[in-house]
Design a protein around this ligand. Structure first.
Ligand code: PLP
Length: 404
């Protein structure tokens, strides 16, 4: 029964020409003989066989099917198929967290002696992972200014295997031209990996722009409601098979419950990203006109130095913005403490708006000079704009301004 069950129960949604909104709701959907309308959850560690012969064939790889949830699980697979469809990739591999996705990418696609070129404006733990841990495997990383195409070119060595970037960057909204960096990578036989957390496939599709692999912290907008930690890599069958081999052996797999939560999140992803972007653009525009604000960082603002590139490679500008208040750290802290609606937390990509002081939290472990060269000033505040009413959010930021 177990073998036929899955094959018959599976409803493959394979309309590659379907729109993003349709794929977000339908792609990867399966149905058991119970006829459930929503995605089923399979909280099981192992799977059974109808006979010893079938078990042997399954383990030997002669027959497809589930063996153990560290390898495959139907709920996790549904999530993988849906995100693969949304990013326009051949295959996705889900991981325990966003960091587990980056670790798995590095361990499965590089070996001792290989070289990595990374944007210097990436998530803090990504920098630590490459410099403290991946380095132990004999893989060296060079960090470059993500906006400077010559810097990318010059950093490449004969042994460079992977280029890694995040666009727009956190928290200063620096953009990288994905198409241009993909061309640089490919001219040297290297792969381009893009962390697409901030915009998601609803607003930016790096594979269409030439990237080889997209990486996500599903913890952020893919869930969208701050409930679960997870990650995923999407790309071609060839590289994803390598990644899958590492995950099923190394064990950094996604739990079926988390996959189920992420499936719920994906259904509303295009709708949420549109709303997050609209609210963020309104607030960025409003903040820019306020007396106590020195500077606003948001790629949707017409005076953002890379606004034209943002319009080219993005569908909209996302939900995260940053701004500098007049004054220093104390002024920034007074602003944050005066707010009542937004949550003071380091997380982002939630329906709840969150406010962060990067210099003393997310970027707090950097040396003072490192922080200065990264442009993270003491008066900088990051806002992840949620889906509360625009009016209430604006009133909340006005409380912060009044406290300056
Ligand atoms: C949060 C985040 C990560 C790490 O993801 P986890 O799920 O927390 O492991 C990586 N990149 C970006 C841009 C992030 O925001």
């Amino acid at each position: 029964m177990s073998k036929g069950f899955e094959r018959e129960a599976r409803i493959q949604f394979d309309l590659p020409e379907a729109d993003l909104e349709t794929l977000a709701v339908r792609a990867g959907q399966m149905r058991t003989p119970e006829g459930e309308h929503s995605d089923a959850i399979f909280p099981t560690s192992s799977f059974v066989y109808s006979s010893a012969r079938e078990a042997a064939a399954r383990f030997g790889g002669e027959e497809p099917g589930n063996i153990y949830s560290r390898f495959t699980n139907p709920t996790v697979r549904a999530f993988e198929q849906r995100i693969a469809a949304l990013e326009g990739g051949e295959r996705a591999v889900a991981t325990a967290s966003g960091m587990a996705a980056i670790l798995s990418m590095a361990m499965s696609l590089m070996k001792c002696g290989d070289h990595l070129v990374c944007s210097r404006s990436v998530f803090g733990s990504t920098v630590s992972l490459f410099t403290k841990y991946i380095s132990r495997a004999g893989i060296e990383t060079t960090f470059v200014d993500p906006k400077d195409l010559d810097a990318w070119r010059q950093a490449i060595r004969p042994e460079t295997r992977v280029l890694f970037l995040e666009t727009p960057s956190n928290p200063l909204a620096e953009l990288t031209d994905i198409r241009a960096v993909a061309e640089i990578a490919h001219a040297h036989g290297a792969l381009l990996v893009v962390d697409n957390c901030f915009l998601t496939p609803a607003l930016q599709r790096p594979l269409e722009l030439g990237a080889d692999i997209v990486m996500h912290s599903a913890t952020k907008y893919l869930d969208g409601q701050g409930r679960c930690v997870g990650g995923v890599l999407v790309g071609r069958e060839k590289e994803m098979e390598e990644v899958f081999g590492f995950i099923r052996t190394g064990g950094a797999c996604m739990s079926p419950f988390n996959a189920w939560v992420f499936l719920k999140g994906l259904e509303t992803l295009p709708l949420r990203m549109k709303a997050h972007s609209e609210q963020a653009l309104s607030l960025a525009t409003w903040l820019q006109a306020q007396e106590g604000i020195e500077k606003v960082y948001y790629s949707g603002l017409p005076d953002h130095p890379q606004h034209a590139l943002a319009c080219q490679q993005q569908r909209a500008f996302g939900g995260v913005l940053a701004f500098e208040v007049k004054g220093g750290k104390d002024a920034a802290w007074r602003f944050i403490d005066a707010t009542q609606v937004v949550s003071i937390t380091g997380n982002l990509g939630d329906v709840k708006s969150t406010i962060t002081h990067p210099a003393t939290t997310t970027h707090g472990r950097m040396l003072v000079e490192e922080r200065a060269s990264a442009g993270i000033r003491d008066n900088l505040i990051r806002l992840s704009v949620g889906l509360e009413s625009l009016q209430d959010l604006q009133a909340d930021l006005a409380r912060g301004l009044a406290a300056l």
